[in-house]
Design a protein around this ligand. Structure first.
Ligand SMILES: *[C@@H]1O[C@H](CO)[C@@H](O)[C@H](O)[C@H]1NC(C)=O
Ligand SMILES: *[C@@H]1O[C@H](CO)[C@@H](O)[C@H](O)[C@H]1NC(C)=O
Ligand SMILES: *[C@@H]1O[C@H](CO)[C@@H](O)[C@H](O)[C@H]1NC(C)=O
Ligand SMILES: *[C@@H]1O[C@H](CO)[C@@H](O)[C@H](O)[C@H]1NC(C)=O
Ligand SMILES: *[C@@H]1O[C@H](CO)[C@@H](O)[C@H](O)[C@H]1NC(C)=O
Ligand SMILES: *[C@@H]1O[C@H](CO)[C@@H](O)[C@H](O)[C@H]1NC(C)=O
Ligand SMILES: *[C@@H]1O[C@H](CO)[C@@H](O)[C@H](O)[C@H]1NC(C)=O
Ligand SMILES: *[C@@H]1O[C@H](CO)[C@@H](O)[C@H](O)[C@H]1NC(C)=O
Ligand SMILES: *[C@@H]1O[C@H](CO)[C@@H](O)[C@H](O)[C@H]1NC(C)=O
Ligand SMILES: *[C@@H]1O[C@H](CO)[C@@H](O)[C@H](O)[C@H]1NC(C)=O
Ligand SMILES: *[C@@H]1O[C@H](CO)[C@@H](O)[C@H](O)[C@H]1NC(C)=O
Ligand SMILES: *[C@@H]1O[C@H](CO)[C@@H](O)[C@H](O)[C@H]1NC(C)=O
Length: 509
């Protein structure tokens, strides 16, 4: 059936008033988000309300509605307010495909792709951390996400995206590009959607756990399943920090991945038996793919290791606070400082961080659009925004010295080889805001984002510098979540920039 958005709204209104609408009658949000829906804002851009009608929302939270009301009452630009209103609830409105509190299981999709990415969920929930204590159902949902991910990681510590749990009775989604991929250890495609080994996926699970615990002090997430997952994470850290060659020139490989020619549109066959470029020992942990899901050029991703350093510290703090697993806490602290030291020793070259290194002197200077990236190092908690190394690196990243920086008439930012060099991502401008204290820079980045939703009021994956109407992914929950998290950060640290009154706002305080 062909779906016509405006007609649907009328229908939904009628059904709603008789309270009889069911989820199966709701429009696919991919189509819904591709054209303007509800009333326009009163701002110059007249951005539409893009939330699904209440009956079609996948999770309701009164605390989320309260934050939206609070922000609407304070934000001075109605376009920014509308963007916040659309983006902050986007994860709950559209991506909770399954939730059963008794089973302690949930299935959260990324948006327009029906699979759960470990990396995306960590970010899709980051903007809710301050309200877990205000909404026990939302806290239960976060626990269920942590628990299903502990199960996934226990089974497949090297995989990045997953299928619904069998308990949900939801069908697995066929991932056509993964079908001819050869991956070791092998995977079952009823459980795994895509098995790309990305160190930041594991960091994302740790971040979800540590932020949840930090806010709630609820130690129940640290169940047997969770400890099994933590065990696997330490095995990955241990194994993937090893050099490719041992002393007898045996080639060490715990994970390898390759497509046969043509099986993956964005990947050539991977050299060295699916291992990629060899790495020497540095103290950092290697990865196979980037946060963009692209193949790594060199194994040691600086930003991924930075995130790991931070999250291992947070893990240790969480275990210590709960009085649990002293041995894991000890290991976490040791690895954190080893990795940290190695980043500063190997990845910082002439005062500027390289994106990737291989321990042989190979360095790749660039940045990728999403997170963890070099531009997002302060957001990740790895360093302060006034750290000389960050200031110097940031200057390079936001200039012609970064091969993936591009500027057009209306939009600019950092892109990456995942799409094309001339298609920067709004997400890079969000990272830029998290990394500066300069009001002019913040407003410049903010309005580059606000001005470039093509009138749709949602954050897209990328926008062409040649044509602001050329973009992808109108339904991308991570980007929406990251935008709203950034607005909440400004509400706390720079209220005068976005509010009518100069008073900080923190949800629930
Ligand atoms: C826009 O302004 C009108 C008139 O002041 C007001 O009634 C309406 O609620 C406003 N709409 C939004 C979305 O703020
Ligand atoms: C959310 O609330 C609406 C009513 O406001 C209801 O129709 C809908 O079923 C609720 N969604 C869920 C997932 O409970
Ligand atoms: C949740 O799971 C339990 C145990 O499998 C089941 O008994 C219950 O019916 C489920 N609840 C819902 C709302 O599906
Ligand atoms: C799993 O792999 C088989 C064999 O390649 C394929 O036929 C099937 O469609 C795949 N299923 C899913 C859900 O990816
Ligand atoms: C690929 O990884 C598996 C372990 O998962 C290993 O046994 C095998 O030797 C590796 N193959 C290559 C070519 O590195
Ligand atoms: C824990 O919460 C405090 C207070 O909200 C915050 O300052 C700190 O950054 C949080 N730490 C983590 C690991 O989330
Ligand atoms: C790590 O290496 C050990 C010992 O070689 C092996 O038994 C284990 O399966 C590996 N685990 C991972 C996650 O690579
Ligand atoms: C901590 O100790 C437990 C139980 O003795 C063990 O299973 C686990 O592997 C240890 N973890 C680490 C990171 O040392
Ligand atoms: C990394 O090490 C430096 C120098 O010892 C320290 O100041 C910094 O806090 C460490 N970073 C993290 C994230 O632990
Ligand atoms: C955003 O658009 C407004 C109105 O068209 C314009 O004045 C402003 O310069 C733009 N801001 C940026 C950063 O492009
Ligand atoms: C920039 O914005 C103007 C005004 O909306 C529009 O006419 C022009 O086509 C845009 N340029 C690009 C390259 O998108
Ligand atoms: C800009 O992109 C849109 C969407 O792809 C397309 O319809 C339009 O023709 C493009 N405009 C130009 C001038 O190429």
């Amino acid at each position: 059936m062909k779906f016509t958005p405006h007609k649907y709204i009328a229908v939904a209104g009628i059904l709603l008033s008789s309270s009889s609408i069911v989820q199966s009658q709701c429009p696919d949000f991919t189509e819904y988000s591709a054209s303007p829906q509800g009333n326009p804002s009163n701002g110059t851009l007249g951005l539409p309300l893009m939330r699904p009608v209440p009956a079609c929302r996948t999770f309701n939270s009164s605390a989320v509605e309260q934050v939206i009301d609070d922000m609407n009452a304070r934000l001075k630009d109605p376009d920014v307010a509308r963007l916040f209103e659309n983006t902050f609830p986007n994860t709950l409105d559209t991506t909770v495909k399954y939730f059963n509190e008794t089973e302690n299981l949930a299935f959260i999709i990324t948006g327009d792709i029906t699979a759960q990415w470990l990396r995306d969920t960590g970010n899709q929930f980051a903007q809710y951390r301050s309200i877990y204590n205000l909404d026990s159902n939302l806290a239960a949902l976060a626990r269920a996400v942590i628990n299903i991910e502990a199960r996934y990681i226990t089974q497949y510590p090297y995989c990045s995206a997953f299928q619904p749990p069998p308990e949900s009775n939801l069908p697995a989604t066929v991932n056509a590009p993964a079908i001819d991929v050869i991956v070791n250890p092998p995977v079952d495609n009823q459980t795994v959607f895509e098995c790309k080994y990305e160190i930041d996926s594991l960091c994302s699970f740790l971040k979800l756990s540590t932020t949840y615990y930090n806010e709630t002090k609820d130690a129940s997430i640290m169940n047997d399943q969770w400890f099994l997952a933590i065990d696997q994470i330490f095995q990955v850290i241990n194994n993937q920090s090893q050099a490719s060659w041992d002393e007898n020139f045996n080639f060490i490989s715990y994970y390898n991945w390759t497509g046969s020619p043509g099986s993956l549109s964005n990947s050539p066959e991977v050299n060295n038996g699916g291992n990629g470029e060899p790495k020497a020992y540095t103290g950092m942990v290697g990865t196979h793919h980037r946060p963009s899901d692209d193949l790594s050029t060199f194994a040691f991703l600086t930003s991924g290791n930075a995130m790991l350093t931070v999250e291992l510290n947070n893990l240790a703090a969480m275990l210590d606070s709960a009085g649990l697993a002293v041995n894991i806490s000890q290991s976490a602290k040791e690895w954190s400082s080893k990795i940290n030291e190695s980043i500063w020793r190997h990845a910082l070259v002439n005062g500027v961080f390289a994106y990737e290194t291989n321990g042989y002197g190979g360095r790749y200077f660039m940045d990728d659009a999403n997170v963890p990236s070099l531009l997002s190092l302060p957001y990740l908690g790895f360093l302060e925004m006034d750290s000389p190394a960050y200031v110097a690196t940031r200057q390079v990243l936001l200039s012609r010295q970064n091969p993936y920086f591009a500027a057009g008439q209306n939009f600019s930012g950092i892109s990456g080889p995942h799409v094309d060099a001339w298609n920067p991502w709004p997400m890079s401008q969000i990272s830029a805001i998290f990394g500066t204290d300069n009001d002019d820079e913040i407003l410049q980045s903010l309005y580059l984002i606000v001005n470039n939703t093509d009138g749709l009021g949602l954050i897209h994956e990328w926008v062409s510098i040649y044509n602001e109407s050329d973009y992808t992914r109108t339904w991308f929950a991570w980007a929406n979540s990251y935008f709203s998290e950034m607005i909440l950060d400004l509400a706390e640290r720079k209220p005068y920039l976005i509010f009518t009154e100069n008073a900080s706002y923190v949800p629930g305080q």
